[in-house]
Design a protein around this ligand. Sequence first.
Ligand code: CP
Length: 309
Amino acid sequence: MLKDLIDIKSLTNDNINLIIKTAQDFKSGLLQADLKSTIVALMFYENSTRTRCSFEIAAKRLNMITTIFDTKSSSLSKGESLEDTIENLTALGVEVIVLRHNENNIINTIKRKIKADIKFVNAGTGSHSHPTQALLDYFTMLEKLGTVKNKKITIVGDIKDSRVAKSNIALLSRFGADIHIAGPKYFMPEKADFEGVTFHKNLIDAIIDSDIVMTLRIQKERLEADFGLDIEDYKKDFQINKKILAQYAPNSILMHPGPVNRGIELTSNLIDSEKGKTILEQAQNGVFIRMAILNLIANSKKQEAIYAS
Ligand code: CP
């Protein structure tokens, strides 16, 4: 039974295996669940397409009652605190909050402050944690490779600021993946925080013979505002195109959590090629992973009953 989903660190390997198995069973049609008495609120303080829509679709497929909490038109703008907002949502009958927020430790902070007994699912917080993305990426890798143990998985781009990269590294290292990271030095994290991960300054050294090549979005706005660097510098050194992938990692699976900036981290014709198809499979798998998480969090007893029937 999962109480909350806050980060990868707080999941056991058994929890992760159960989430993956449940997602597989939802995807294959073996498992169905009906959580029609459970109300879930989607609170997104940052923009989102994949995570928000797939949580909403997942909740609706489980027959949950969904309420989309619009942060811009809510009474937060009248000075109500987030904690009081959550106490009020709980009073309205909300049992699960799916939260995206720009603060790293926001869920633990809220939980310490509120009295309400409400469950939280992290939909991406700060630059540290995006556990449901890592779980759907792991699910996609297992579909493609069967296991990540001893597989070379290379993540390219802004690792330092990426919650996707950090949650993936936390998860994949637990299951024996050989993790490599590459990017310009201003996008690389402190080595001390990533024991067991191989750091590369050069794209080719990093991706050669990889089983998985995962690229990340480059935040153009931040590059220009904070670093004053030309995006062309990044493209010259770290953009992946069809030729590079075919030459150095021909058997690799190309992944990207989205949103993709075409023509920056990946060339447009690579995205549109056969190799680029996995990116949409990741998005599709997001629905099944989020169904599994909502089901396990909201009502594990009901899941057992439906398996048994
Ligand atoms: N991968 C991801 O989190 O995408 P969104 O920001 O569109 O949800």
